[in-house]
Every structure is written in structure tokens, then in C-alpha cells.
Design a protein around this ligand. Structure first.
Ligand code: ATP
Length: 229
């Protein structure tokens, strides 16, 4: 149903060894929406994503997926439509591109609909591809599984601006197809260009949130929250 929240967090507090790194975090993402999580290193973005993915257990609060807040294994969540792209570029270097795509859920051809430029490289070992091609492959593999929710952690880390644009354009395309996206991103301007909404984190809390369109002309307003610690 249009308009319903695909992923929701309420009062989510999560961290490591009982010490919170994220406090009372709230989030709602509908099908077709991209919410970008911004903030300095250590602000708690990755921890938030891990908690949304179910890899880190909440200390308090809930994460619901299609209105269902029951805890499930990562495997069960994947079956229910959770796509998670972690900060580590998750590809197998010794396998070819095709072999990597076949390890994912869904049809490898779908990955090529997002990244046709990968086709000519799929018979090569992934270790021989550029960082950008590897990341397109990793994102393409997740999107080929036709997730309902995509959680993507710094997918543009260390990549050239043109590649970053390609990756974020594919994320936008997936959202336009109805995926609910939570995007952790270091590139503020590029994140604002594709996101619908933004939440800026500092010290494990959301310190600013708003419509991306309202913030595009004022990225410095966001930068003011990039004080680490
Ligand atoms: P980055 O961009 O550097 O990944 P971030 O905003 O994603 O930053 P987190 O990685 O979520 O921030 O880190 C939030 C806090 O949790 C930091 O103080 C960090 O040191 C701590 N932290 C992260 N991972 C762990 C871990 N595995 N064990 C213990 N503490 C951790």
C-alpha cells in the first residue's frame, strides 16, 4: 500500500557491550523514499544502520519492518526484502563478476539493468576490477535481489565523483521503483541531490532533520553539525 512505512525505528538506542552509541533514534521510511543519514565520523551512523538491519540488538526501542517489530535473523530479514550493503565492499575478489552476481538473491541480469557498463567486465576476476566497478557489482547484486528496503553504508567511500554519481543515481532509480532507502553518506552535496529527507547525527543523536530540497541551497547549515566528538 502506498504511503505506509516500510521501515520504522522508535526510540532506538543501540551500541556495543551495553554502551549506547545511538540514542533514542526515530525514523520512518516509505516505499520510494531515500532518507540520508549524515554526520561526522563516529556520530553513530553505521551503528544505526546495523541496528536497523538487525545485526546489532537494540538496548531500547524498536525497529519494525512492514509494521512487524519481531526480531528475526538476518537471513529471515533478507527473505522479507531487506537489502544491506555494509561499509566493507562485499565482493569475492577471486571469483568473476558473474559468479559474484550468482551468489546473490535474484537474477544477475537485474544488476545489469542498473549498471549496463558492468557487462563487459563480468568474466574477469573481481580483484582485477576498479574500486568503482567492484562497488557497482556489490550494489547491483543487492538490487538484483529486489529488496523492499535498502540500507547502504558509505557506498561511495574512496571513489571518484563520477562513480559516486553513478552509484547514487542507481539508488535513486531503485527508490523510484518503490524501494525504501536509508543511505549513510559522507558526500553531503551528492546525498542532498538524491535524497528526499536528511537526518544529521552528532554524538549518537539526530541534531537536524529536514527535506533535502530545503537544504540543497544551504549545505553549510549541515556542515555546522560536523563537529566531531
Ligand atoms: P564512521 O563514518 O566513522 O563509520 P559513524 O557515524 O558511522 O562513523 P559509528 O561507526 O556508528 O559512527 O560509531 C559510533 C560510536 O560507536 C563511535 O564512538 C565508535 O567508536 C563506536 N563503535 C563503533 N563500532 C564499534 C564496535 N564494534 N565496538 C565498540 N564500539 C564501536
Amino acid at each position: 500500500r502506498a504511503g505506509e512505512f516500510v521501515i520504522e525505528a522508535r526510540g532506538l538506542t543501540a551500541g556495543y557491550g551495553g554502551t549506547p552509541a545511538v540514542h533514542e533514534f526515530d525514523l520512518d521510511v516509505r516505499a520510494g523514499e531515500i532518507v540520508a543519514l549524515l554526520g561526522a565520523n563516529g556520530a553513530g551512523k553505521s551503528t544505526t544502520l546495523l541496528a536497523l538491519a538487525g545485526e546489532v540488538s537494540p538496548i531500547a526501542g524498536t525497529v519494525s519492518f512492514h509494521g512487524d517489530g519481531r526480531r528475526r535473523s538476518l537471513h529471515q530479514r533478507a527473505r522479507r526484502g531487506l537489502g544491506f550493503l555494509t561499509e566493507e565492499r562485499c565482493v569475492f575478489m577471486q571469483l568473476t563478476g558473474w559468479q559474484n552476481l550468482k551468489l546473490g538473491r535474484g537474477r544477475p541480469e537485474v544488476a545489469l539493468e542498473f549498471f549496463p557498463e558492468l557487462e563487459e567486465h563480468l568474466t574477469k576476476k573481481v580483484g582485477l576490477l576498479s574500486g568503482g566497478q567492484q562497488q557497482m557489482l556489490a550494489l547491483g547484486r543487492v538490487l538484483a535481489g529486489q529488496p523492499r528496503v535498502l540500507l547502504a553504508d558509505e557506498l561511495s567511500l574512496g571513489l571518484a565523483p563520477l562513480v559516486v554519481e553513478r552509484l547514487l543515481a542507481a539508488v535513486r532509480l531503485a527508490a523510484d521503483d518503490g524501494v525504501a532507502v536509508v543511505l549513510v553518506e559522507q558526500h553531503v552535496r551528492q546525498a542532498l541531490a538524491v535524497a528526499d529527507r536528511v537526518q544529521v547525527m552528532r554524538r549518537g543523536r539526530v541534531v537536524m532533520s529536514g527535506e533535502a530540497a530545503d537544504l540543497r541551497d544551504d549545505p553549510e547549515g549541515i556542515a555546522a553539525h560536523y563537529i566531531s566528538g
